[in-house]
Design a protein around this ligand. Structure first.
Ligand code: NAP
Length: 278
């Protein structure tokens, strides 16, 4: 099977373009799903403090018996960690739960524009980065105006902006702003939580190429240059989602999928998402 390409982040760190997402995987199922992904060949795991499964991700990586340096692991700062001391403590807690002495990538999960100063939180992220226990820092769910405010006041440009992207939400504007600042776009909910399976345009392309709709969609993302990490607890799907580097979409297939954009989100709008868990 063809291997997963890596992309250089703006500080030179390499990130595998395809990873495994663990949002909504129950802690009791996380170690098994992560182990299955590692067996299949995934070397990039996307978790978050909010997901409540960092312990199980770390356990699976450690017990799999490969060098820590061979797996890229991302976590994200929870939305209820707003003050400096709390942010620093929660980063230490993530490392302790994962059982690692460093993280590959740590992100601000949501900007929470109405309730919190995301620039102040970013300053603490910069402090964590300077401490050397994380290889890169970034943001998630930042709109162009959030990014501009942050860039105007920061030392470190985020390495990534992890945003919702799918054929139904192509996010051309945010992706262009990311690219202008050498910020890699990571596409969350890349298969629109399974909804791409019901789309006739994707279905026809998939049938012609002898691939599944999920594979065609993931291939569309990687050909656009984004990083993806589909989630599944189903071994056959984890395998299917990994097998996307031995075929290509031509320009007309790419354009037909991009034309499905209808601004449809599966998750919250970042400008309106201001809920803070207790
Ligand atoms: N930064 C953020 O705010 C944010 C928000 C959401 C997600 N994320 C990240 O992005 C990752 C992926 O997003 P997501 O989990 O929301 O959605 P997704 O990966 O687009 O879709 C996952 C859903 O699709 C199903 N599925 C997986 N592979 C399939 C296939 N080959 N054919 C048909 N159905 C398939 C899964 O079912 P089964 O599991 O039952 O197989 C699951 O219900 C998350 O795990 C997380 O790491 C980040």
């Amino acid at each position: 099977m063809a291997s997963v390409p890596t992309i250089a982040l703006n500080n030179g760190v390499q990130i595998p373009q395809l990873g495994f997402g663990v949002f909504q995987i129950k802690p009791a199922e996380t170690a098994a799903a992560t182990t299955a992904a590692l067996e299949i060949g995934y070397r990039h795991i996307d978790t978050a403090q909010m997901y409540g499964n960092e312990k199980e991700v770390g356990q699976a990586v450690r017990e799999f018996g490969i060098d820590r340096g061979e797996v890229f692991v991302t976590s994200k700062l929870n939305n209820n960690r707003l003050e400096r001391d709390d942010i620093l403590r929660s980063f230490d807690q993530s490392l302790a739960d994962l059982g690692f002495d460093y993280l590959d990538l740590f992100l601000i999960h949501w900007p929470l524009p109405a309730v919190s100063d995301y620039v102040a939180r970013w300053k603490v992220m910069e402090e964590i980065y300077a401490g050397g226990r994380v290889k890169a820092i970034g943001v998630s769910n930042f709109q162009p105006h959030h990014l501009r405010n942050l860039l105007a006041a920061s030392e470190v440009t985020p390495a990534v902006n992890q945003i919702e992207v799918s054929p139904f939400l192509t996010q051309d504007e945010v992706r262009a702003v990311n690219a202008d600042h050498e910020i890699v776009t990571e596409a969350w909910s890349p298969i629109a939580r399974g909804k791409v399976a019901g789309d006739p345009v994707i279905g026809r392309i998939a049938e012609r190429l002898g691939r599944s709709p999920a594979q065609v969609t993931l291939r569309w993302h990687v050909q656009r240059g984004d990083v993806v990490f589909p989630k599944s607890v189903t071994r056959s799907r984890i395998e299917e989602n990994f097998a996307i580097f031995d075929f290509a979409l031509d320009e007309s297939d790419m354009a037909a999928i991009s034309a499905l954009d209808r601004g449809e989100r599966t998750g919250p709008n970042p400008d309106e998402m201001n809920r803070i868990p207790s």
